[in-house]
Design a protein around this ligand. Structure first.
Ligand SMILES: [Zn+2]
Length: 156
């Protein structure tokens, strides 16, 4: 079944559930997930580039940014895992990934958009895809809950 046959709410719910579950998997901060539209989004799930657990040391800076980027990519990757394609509703996620990567201090990366940068981003996207497939039952359960409740509290 193509995603055209799914409701917009369900596609949004899968997307936000992808962010929420991968965020939680990594122990990143955040609050609710919602499919209540705002002025510029069909739904939302806060993903903060900070740990909820103990703060990582300076040497782990890249690691948490990497995890943050994986969680940001997980909305789109969850859609692909469930529907076999993306709705293209990840413009804000892409902007946030771009912003995060400016601060990531990736070894060998001289500017955002160079080959090393792309390799790093693609690695994060593959990680997001792998985790979404692995955690798919949990993502689908949360998506169902989002369609029912519109908003789910996920404060870590
Ligand atoms: Zn998103």
């Amino acid at each position: 079944m193509g995603r055209d046959q799914y409701s917009r709410d369900y596609v949004t719910a899968v997307h936000e559930a992808g962010h929420a579950i991968i965020r939680r998997h990594f122990g990143l901060c955040g609050t609710d997930a919602s499919i209540e539209p705002t002025a510029d989004k069909l739904g939302w799930c806060e993903v903060a580039p900070t740990w909820c657990g103990p703060l990582p040391g300076p040497g782990r800076r890249t690691t948490w940014i990497y995890r943050y980027v994986v969680a940001l990519a997980a909305g789109d990757e969850a859609e692909k895992a469930v529907f076999g394609g993306s709705s293209g509703g990840d413009g804000i996620d892409r902007e946030n990934i771009f912003e995060a990567m400016k601060h990531a201090r990736i070894k060998g990366c001289s500017h955002v958009g160079d080959d090393v940068w792309w390799e790093w981003e693609n690695k994060a996207r593959r990680e997001a895809a792998r985790l979404c497939r692995r955690l798919l039952p949990v993502i689908l359960a949360l998506a169902d809950e989002l369609v029912r409740s519109r908003r789910v509290s996920l404060a870590a």
